[in-house]
Design a protein around this ligand. Structure first.
Ligand code: NAP
Length: 303
């Protein structure tokens, strides 16, 4: 199942792949190179047509280049910019970023080398800098120059509140990467605004990090600026009784709730687990939730 990515003239699968889980130790779980390679090929074999990565995700870009570089024509490749060439080894996230022309250009050019490609389909400004920071650093002009040189096809923003409304008003981004799920609906109206303005939308956190799944049961939390809020809203909503009546698993519900958002182009779900990948592909094939369940869920899970 595909949808247009805004006005890029490209259709992308509603389920994309977020390659952060391939970052490896010390910032993520260990993953052997061959396992990462098998997973990436399973992503493409499963019909997924969009992969999202970042220079900040450890070995992710390098593994994509090594294991699916030869299949480059099969997928829309999105990475980020503003990250540093050297991520501090001992610092916890959020890592420092530098949006100046020299750093943005150097990091995009290194991404191309790591990914074994001559162009990124989409480069997204990482970590939602303010409009003032973007303007002081001439970041958009640098990205436009890279686009004119053929090194990137489209320019995007990984944006969140409070800066996202300013990013939308700049009217220069082809696509936005925005967090959203049934338990984190705070950006819902802004995602719709972005789509209505003609931009593509890459939803991250669309599986709520698996937190609501029976298997994980909130051992990992969704990205949220208010710790615990997603879990509290979920527990007080009574949604699990509705799902029990409908015979639907929580994981299926969470992913299909995200896919039900009309303004979504794709959701870039991350996983290092081949069984989870297969399950997510099977869920995405079912598409959005039945209309009555979607309406009931929207009433119960606060925005
Ligand atoms: N722009 C940014 O600042 C930014 C920040 C964060 C993420 N991202 C991008 O967005 C992507 C996704 O973000 P995210 O990791 O925050 O959210 P997510 O896709 O909602 O959650 C991914 C997590 O959910 C688990 N999961 C996936 N499918 C599952 C299933 N069927 N059952 C149980 N657990 C499942 C995965 O663990 P398992 O490995 O155990 O399956 C993984 O830890 C990242 O890979 C990255 O590309 C961007």
């Amino acid at each position: 199942m595909t949808r247009p990515l805004g006005q890029t003239q490209t259709d992308v699968t509603i389920l994309g792949y977020g390659a952060m889980e391939l970052r490896g130790a010390p910032r993520g779980p260990e993953i052997a190179d061959e396992d990462a390679g098998r997973l990436l090929n399973a992503v493409l074999d499963g019909g997924i047509s969009l992969i999202d990565t970042s220079p900040d995700y450890g070995r992710s870009e390098e593994l994509i280049g090594r294991y699916v570089g030869h299949r480059r024509a099969e997928f829309f490749l999105a990475s980020k910019c503003g990250c540093l060439l050297e991520v501090p080894a001992d610092a916890p996230p959020p890592y420092p970023h530098d949006y100046s022309p020299g750093n943005v250009r150097a990091v995009v050019e290194r991404s191309l080398r790591r990914l074994g490609t001559d162009h990124l389909d989409l480069v997204q400004v990482h970590m939602s800098p303010s409009r003032a920071t973007l303007e002081e650093n001439h970041t958009v002009q640098t990205l436009q120059a890279l686009r004119n040189e053929g090194k990137v096809r489209f320019i995007g923003m990984s944006g969140i509140l409070p800066d996202l409304p300013d990013h939308l008003a700049m009217n220069v981004f082809d696509a936005f990467q925005i967090p959203y799920s049934a338990v984190q609906r705070d950006h819902e109206n802004l995602i719709t605004e972005a789509a209505e303005a003609g931009a593509g939308t890459l939803i991250r956190g669309g599986a709520a990090r698996g937190a609501a799944s029976e298997e994980k049961n909130w051992r990992t939390g969704p990205l949220t600026q208010k710790p615990g809020l997603g879990q509290r809203n979920w527990e007080s909503s009574g949604i699990e009784e509705v799902l029990a009546d409908a015979g639907m698993s929580t994981m299926e519900f969470v992913l299909r709730f995200t896919l039900s958002l009309p303004a979504l182009s794709t959701t870039i779900v991350g996983t290092a687990n081949p069984a989870h990948l297969a399950a997510n592909i099977a869920i995405a094939e079912k598409g959005p939730l039945p209309a009555d369940l979607y309406e009931e869920a929207k009433k119960r899970l606060p925005q």
